[in-house]
Design a protein around this ligand. Structure first.
Ligand code: ADP
Length: 449
């Protein structure tokens, strides 16, 4: 097992990793920018190192500074959290070159899944059903139009290097295609430094359902069921739940089995998420994330498996702590991402939290790094915290979520709490009857169809 882990992240996920390290009796090193000197992860870690000024590129993405911090503190492993360097294959390799362990998948798998075109090809080869689309990158001049006609409009133009919903444009007809190709391609070039784009059939009312997987790197792999992340705004998840209100135990076992088998074949190491769109009873692979996800607590609550603890144990060469038949789905969990944003315009609202009262009681979990008096800096994401609620049934979970949301107090800044208080009372949400475009239609004041 590792002696000392450096956590190359901030905010709630740094705290989340810290908690797992404490339980395992591993010493912790926090790193922080000058803007985060008072942050909770810095206060709770055994040691801390300032790695640069506020902009991420100068601090949390500053590889030489992170290596120096490992050297100074004698850390033997690095946990990257999510975002920042978590899906950077080069970073994993650089750590290995310095005899440091990267707590995450093998670099080759991070690289493979980071290129969505390659990821889709791999998925197809491993027997995972994929969204119909172009086999590889398309160019506006030659093949794009023919391929789009073959797939059938509407089509979605997507960036091979995409992430965070960027570099994605819908073309409803042949007339739209040229513009969609150039916009997506330009956006991809400036956001990711790679202009290649590909085409996919644009699904009209799918749900976003993702399977959590866990592999030991030697051919052992299991799945931990699904999370339904269909409530999104601008392709960003807002509310996640598990199990999905629309999936039967048979469908879960079938798709979960396909995913686990694929991970066994790849000899995948660590945690991963295989994302699908689900429409008319069919699954369509869209991408795989090779890191711990923001919404991982949903799975933890319904399986009672500590995913971060598993990540650390597996990275240190340990066995998976459960076999597939030991995994049972217990009850229902919902996560709300409470952001420091105006609940109507979603304009970020950084600043001082003057009053803070997190809800509690049976089945209520808060993953957050804020406290009363904390100042949310303007440089990073606007997450205040994740409210995760568990119940024996979905109805009990919603009942608890309703009262937990009413109990939660965050003042001094604007938050998305009012949106969640409205959503949890919305008949379609109560019925679990929603799809990936539902929330945007609801927010636009259109009756969601
Ligand atoms: P990113 O990596 O940028 O998050 P994803 O491929 O994971 O991109 O897609 C993000 C979201 O975009 C999905 O959850 C879904 O809402 C939407 N989306 C992606 N592909 C399609 C598609 N073929 N049809 C309809 N919506 C899609």
């Amino acid at each position: 097992m590792f002696d000392k882990i450096l956590i190359a992240n901030r905010g709630e996920i740094a705290l989340r990793v810290l908690r797992a390290c404490k339980e395992l009796g591993i010493s912790t090193v926090a790193v922080h920018s000058t803007a985060d000197a008072d942050a909770m992860h810095v206060r709770l870690a055994d040691e801390s190192v300032c790695i640069g000024p506020p902009p991420s590129k100068d601090s949390y993405l500053n590889v030489p500074a992170l290596l120096a911090a490992c050297e100074i503190t004698g850390a033997d492993a690095v946990h990257p959290g999510y975002g920042f360097l978590s899906e950077n294959a080069r970073f994993a390799e650089i750590l290995a070159d310095h005899n440091l362990h990267f707590i995450g998948p093998k670099a080759e798998h991070i690289r493979l899944m980071g290129d969505k075109i390659e990821a889709k090809k791999t998925a197809r080869r491993l027997g995972i059903p994929v969204v119909p689309g172009s086999d590889g990158a398309v160019s506006p001049d030659d093949d794009a139009m023919a391929i789009a006609r073959e797939i059938g409009f509407p089509v979605l133009v997507k960036a091979a290097a995409g992430g965070g919903g960027r570099g994605m444009k819908v073309a409803h007809s042949a007339d739209d295609l040229k513009l969609a190709l150039s916009t997506a391609s330009n956006e991809a070039k400036s956001a990711f430094g790679d202009a290649s784009v590909y085409l996919e059939k644009y699904l009209q009312k799918p749900r976003h359902i993702e399977i959590q997987v866990l592999g030991d790197g030697r051919g052992g792999a299991i799945h931990l069921g699904e999370r339904d992340c269909s409530l999104q705004r601008r392709h960003q998840k807002v509310w996640e739940e598990g199990p999905s209100p629309v999936l039967t135990a048979e469908a879960r076992a079938r798709i979960g089995g396909i995913c686990a088998k694929a991970m066994q074949d790849m000899k995948y190491l660590g945690v991963g998420t295989i994302e699908f769109l689900f429409e008319d009873g069919e699954f369509y692979f869209i991408e795989m994330n090779t890191r711990i996800q923001v919404e991982h607590p949903v799975t933890e609550m319904i399986t009672d498996i500590d995913l971060v603890l598993e990540q650390i144990r597996i990275a240190a060469g340990g066995e998976l702590s459960a076999t597939q038949d030991q995994i049972a789905i217990i009850g229902h969990a919902i996560e709300c991402r409470v952001n420091a944003e105006n609940p109507q315009t979603f304009r970020p609202s950084p600043g001082r939290i003057s009053q803070y009262h997190p809800p509690g009681g049976l089945g209520v979990r808060i993953d957050s790094a804020v406290y009363q008096g904390y100042v949310i800096p303007p440089y990073y994401d606007s997450l205040v915290g994740k409210l995760i609620v568990h119940g024996k049934t979905r109805a009990e979970c919603l009942m608890r979520l309703r009262r937990a949301l009413d109990e939660m107090v965050v003042e001094g800044i604007e938050t998305t709490l009012p949106l969640f208080r409205a959503l949890v009372r919305e008949p379609a949400i109560i019925d679990g009857d929603y799809h990936i475009h539902w929330l945007e239609q609801y927010l636009a004041g259109q009756p969601p169809g």
